[in-house]
Ligand binder design. Structure first.
Ligand code: GP9
Ligand code: MN
Length: 628
């Protein structure tokens, strides 16, 4: 008679893994309910370890150990990623955990040696393998009938849990809590497979498909799309000028104009704003690829992915992009960033975007490291001669800068900071964030001065925008919330969190506040209009914010699929509630939310299909020159 005892490896590993998931549920969700953990997590684990159970007799123990090691590592990745980004990581994107490692200061803050407990059982079992008569050796298997019956019950239970909580599927973090972490991961696998199959069945995506999809009833704007011959406003106002774009790390809109105890946080940007086009309702649309996604969206006018960073999910694609379209108008393109090009797979991303030259850590050196890499002052100082040299050669250029110093956890040495904060803010996350932003602004001031002295100012369009939030409204503690309430005069929320600055200074154009709402996806069409570049032949999902009178754009990854911002508010696909961008009041979408949500889903579907169907680059690797 075969007995089912804990000494059976199948039983042992499954139970110990339930225990681990119980711990994970406590760490992530503060959920101490044992019965819930068993009810939700047991079934998928029975299915997972069945793989090892059916494996050959000879290496069974080794296979169990391997599966369990992998499982424990995934759990660890899950915890670390959650602590950093406040979200459950998707199985597909597990590789992204290496980026948490790159952010060394953050990792140190996040890691606890207690987490090694997840590997304790493996050490014990491994040592047991060297004991002659260890319990697993004498334990018998389950027997085929019992085994199959068990799997059948597990499948039913998993299916039930998934079905029961299907409503929260839209948000993987909530779904994992409600339906079980392993069930949620399983559903993601299924979903990804289904999506890739669907994308394979969409033919060529054209600009008119996108416009037809986006069409907003009663919208008579966007004359260029409708083939009306009147020239769009500001078309060609910056024709032939150099383009200098600065993507600001973790930079939020509330920093602009903010004063703390009479001190401006961003005096240089504030001064610049006076004579610039200031986009007052501009929002971050990044996905899991954070900074690199912002670079991608800005330079391509395509959406990020539901899951995964573009740079890692599509490393070999040939993207239609700003560097490429400007090349046709005689521009050379350079990108400058102080980190190593391997981070976020930028080597591939930059090749895909088609930059002529990329300058990274190798170029900037390590002598003045601040936070994650070379300081922003070094970034601008060392890059300036590259720009003056291009100018000397009569070469029009697009220079793209990605700042780095203002990165979480925003801790800079005191001697670099000249902002005096009130006692209650000093040393807090918010306080450090304000100080870091102030430092970046100082570096910008120096850069602007340098450009003026080099005689580049009059011939260059300057663009400043933020990549994404610096303060996570979903994870702030009460103390930080109170501080923000005090300095902002209102409560800090997710609308504020995704609100980023966009300033465009065009020589000869007067400053103006542009209230049309937009996202990073709209930057390329807006700049193309100013530079007098026709985008008719290039697929783009954004609109020209200087001419559009209506807009709708999705928020992915950080928000459940189907969420979006339009002219009035931010709509969340999970609660089906929209809140005004200005007052935060709840409001009904005219005509209901279904049609708008469908529009956004269709747009994302088109963007995903377009990306998936883009050709691969003929030469894979870095086709650009490395700046030296
Ligand atoms: C590092 C920079 C910062 O190169 O991209 O990374 P983030 O975490 O903001 O994506
Ligand atoms: Mn960033």
């Amino acid at each position: 008679m075969r007995r089912l005892t804990w000494t059976n490896q199948y039983v042992f590993f499954t139970l110990i893994s339930v225990l681990k998931l119980y711990l994970v549920r406590i760490i992530l969700y503060k959920d101490y309910n044992v019965m819930r953990a068993v009810g939700l997590e047991l079934a998928p684990l029975l299915l997972l370890y069945s793989v090892a159970e059916v494996a050959g007799r000879k290496f069974k123990s080794i296979i169990y150990l391997a599966v369990s090691f992998l499982f424990s590592s995934i759990l660890l990745a899950l915890i670390l990623y959650y602590e950093q980004f406040g979200r459950i990581i998707n199985y597909e994107s597990i590789y992204l955990i290496s980026y948490v490692g790159h952010v060394q200061a953050s990792l140190k803050e996040l890691f606890s040696y207690w987490y090694l407990v997840f590997y304790l059982d493996l050490v014990v079992v491994f040592l047991l393998l060297f004991v002659k008569r260890h319990p697993f050796r004498s334990a018998s298997g389950l027997g085929v009938v019992k085994f199959v019956a068990l799997l059948f019950v597990a499948l039913l239970l998993s299916g039930f849990n998934i079905y029961e909580h299907r409503a929260s599927r839209i948000n993987i973090t909530q779904f994992a809590q409600a339906a079980g972490i392993m069930n949620a991961e399983g559903v993601q696998v299924y979903h990804e497979l289904k999506q890739s199959w669907a994308a394979g069945h969409v033919g060529t995506v054209t600009q008119s498909d996108i416009e037809a999809c986006r069409r907003i009833d009663g919208d008579e704007a966007q004359p260029r799309w409708k083939g009306i011959s009147t020239e769009p406003r500001f078309f060609g106002s910056a024709r032939g000028k150099n383009l200098i774009v600065v993507q600001l790390e973790s930079f939020q809109n509330f920093l602009l104009g903010l004063k703390v105890e009479g001190q401006e946080i961003t005096p240089n940007l504030n001064r610049l704003a006076q004579g610039s086009l200031v986009f007052s309702h501009f929002y971050s649309q990044i996905g899991q690829g954070n900074t690199s996604d912002a670079e991608f969206i800005f330079n391509t006018s395509l959406y990020p992915l539901e899951n995964g960073a573009i740079s890692s999910s599509y490393p070999n694609k040939d993207f239609p992009s700003l560097p490429k379209v400007l090349r046709e108008h005689g521009y050379a393109s350079f990108t400058f960033h102080g980190n190593d090009l391997s981070f976020w797979n930028r080597k591939e991303l930059y090749a895909g975007l088609g930059y002529d030259r990329a300058y990274d850590k190798q170029f900037f050196g390590e002598e003045e490291t601040l936070g994650m890499g070379p300081s922003d002052q070094v970034l601008f100082r060392k890059a300036l001669p590259v720009l003056t040299e291009a100018q000397r050669q009569g070469q029009t250029f697009y220079a793209n800068f990605i700042t780095l110093t203002c990165h979480h956890p925003y801790i800079l040495p005191p001697e670099r900071l000249d902002l005096t904060l009130p006692k209650e803010i000093e040393g807090t996350l918010t306080g450090n964030y304000l100080k870091s932003s102030h430092y970046v602004d100082e570096a910008i001031g120096e850069f602007i001065e340098g450009l003026k002295q080099a005689g580049l100012w009059a011939d260059s369009v300057m663009v400043f925008y933020g990549d994404h939030f610096g303060l996570n409204a979903w994870k702030l503690d009460k103390g930080e919330e109170k501080i923000l309430q005090k300095i902002l005069g209102r409560s800090y929320d997710e609308i504020e969190m995704f609100h980023i600055p966009l300033l465009i200074r065009v020589p000869g154009l007067l400053g103006e506040v542009v209230t049309q709402s937009g996202g990073q996806v709209d930057a390329l069409p807006t700049l193309a209009n100013l530079l007098g570049v026709n985008l008719a032949d290039q697929v783009h999902f954004g609109v020209d914010l200087l001419n559009a009178r209506q807009n709708i754009f999705p928020l992915r990854f950080y928000f459940p699929e189907g969420s979006f911002i339009n002219d009035e508010g931010l709509f969340r696909a999970d609660s089906k509630k929209a809140r005004k961008l200005e007052t935060r009041d709840e409001f009904e979408l005219p005509g209901g939310y279904q049609s708008e949500e469908k529009k956004v889903h269709d747009l994302m579907y088109l963007s995903d299909a377009y990306l998936r169907n883009l050709p691969e680059r003929s030469k894979v690797g870095d086709v650009f020159m490395r700046g030296s």
